[in-house]
Design a binder for this molecule. Structure first.
Ligand code: UD1
Length: 378
């Protein structure tokens, strides 16, 4: 069997890692080898956004790198489709595997479906109910073109049923007869596997003068937060206020950095620089991020992945978005949705900083999602 996986952006890399590990195990034990071809679209290209993740997560060098880079959504997606179509025609895989909700995921879905190559979507069914988010559009399109859909949560599985997918469909599966499954979160596999390694290999706390449980970890990169000046301002004002009480460390996404350096945001950047307890650091490697997450008092983020990791490590989380596709976390009360609202961020901080951190019920499976997906495909 020949599989092709397409990745391109940071969150895709996290999801491919446990899957590749699983295929390697299968190939050692089974008679019939799975041939796995890894394609990097080049959506993320900075070393800190790409190469460091391949290294830390033991992902092999991609067989192909399309080197597409940044661009408007239309241009970026179109160039990826063109490159992927050519590649799929020459490689002719049995299945194309796509992960999450990035533009690389969307491009793979369009290229493969036009060539009648069956698609496997890992992290299917999640909906944020906000069609202004490019990721939401990407998810819907990819799901509805897929033959095998793996939802990480029960609510995601239910979303698929609500949109007309039939849970009683039987193999052989196809785009006209798709199979839907609920398994658990593939990134949980990673976190369990790498958490101990981070303890020995990461110096990020010492490098930044951080003491365990004495700082807040923040990340901001969603266009809704970075590209709307009032939102960016509210979030950073809140972080500055919080930093008077507890140190705040923020690994900065290139998009956010570029915007803070623009002439419109000069005043804000000056203010940030003046607040000694708000620490902006370059994007960090996967192991460093795990180490930061494991030792923080609380997380403030607009990332889907970081929201989940926050829960894996029993940390309360303030979500800088008006909605989330990870509603299970909200239902436990361990995370709060606040949008880019200064007051709401501070109220959530006061509530969550004193939260009982002991009881985080198991809601994301057993850390064996990659095994389940691999077996189901076979
Ligand atoms: C993408 C994903 C998002 C994911 C995020 C994680 C889409 C639609 N969104 O958003 O779901 O949470 O990755 O990071 O695919 N840039 C660099 N260097 C890089 C990569 C990006 O400087 O290596 C800058 C460029 O200015 C680029 C901007 O960041 O225009 C945005 O990058 P892009 O890949 O388009 O989207 P992300 O915001 O990273």
């Amino acid at each position: 069997m020949k599989l092709i996986s397409v990745v391109g952006a940071r969150p895709n890399f996290m999801k491919i890692a446990p899957f590749i590990k699983e295929i390697n195990t299968y190939n050692i034990l089974a008679k019939d080898r799975i041939e796995h071809v890894l394609v990097h679209t080049g959506q993320h290209y900075d070393n800190r956004m790409s190469k460091t993740f391949f290294k830390a997560l033991n992902i092999p060098k991609p067989n192909y790198n399309l080197k597409i880079g940044s661009g408007s959504h239309g241009k970026q997606t179109a160039r990826m489709i063109e490159g992927l179509e050519e590649l799929l025609l020459s490689e002719n895989p049995d299945y194309l595997l796509l992960y999450g909700d990035t533009n690389s995921t969307l491009s793979g879905a369009i290229a493969a479906s036009k060539l009648n190559i069956p698609i496997v979507h890992v992290e299917a069914g999640l909906r944020s109910n906000n069609r202004k988010m490019p990721e939401k559009i990407n998810r819907i399109v990819c799901d509805h073109l897929s033959s095998l859909l793996f939802s990480p949560t029960q609510s995601g599985f239910q979303n698929l049923i609500n949109e007309g997918f039939n849970s009683t469909n039987q193999a052989p599966f196809s785009a006209d007869n798709p199979g839907i499954f609920h398994y658990g979160v593939i990134m949980y596999d990673n976190s369990l596997h790498f958490a101990d390694l981070a303890l020995n290999k990461s110096n990020i706390l010492a490098e930044n003068g951080l003491a365990s449980n004495k700082y807040v970890l923040a990340t901001i990169h969603r266009d809704h937060n970075t590209d709307i000046p009032e939102n960016l301002m509210s979030i950073f004002e809140a972080l500055i206020t919080i930093s008077r009480q507890l140190k705040v460390v923020l690994p900065i996404h290139p998009r956010t950095k570029k915007i803070l350096q623009s002439t419109e945001q000069k005043k804000l950047l000056r203010k940030i620089k003046k607040s000694n307890n708000l620490l902006l650091i370059p994007p960090v490697s996967f192991l460093d991020m795990i180490q930061l997450e494991k030792n923080t008092s609380l997380i403030i983020t607009d990332s889907g992945g970081v929201q989940k990791e926050s829960y894996f490590f029993n940390k309360p989380c303030i979500v800088l978005r008006p909605e989330t596709e990870w509603i299970e976390i909200l239902e436990t009360g361990k995370a709060k949705l606040v949008s880019a609202d200064y007051k709401k961020i501070l109220i959530a901080f006061d509530t969550l900083i004193n939260l009982d951190k002991s009881e985080f019920p198991h809601i994301f499976g057993d850390g064996k999602a990659a095994e389940f997906i691999c077996e189901t495909i076979i």
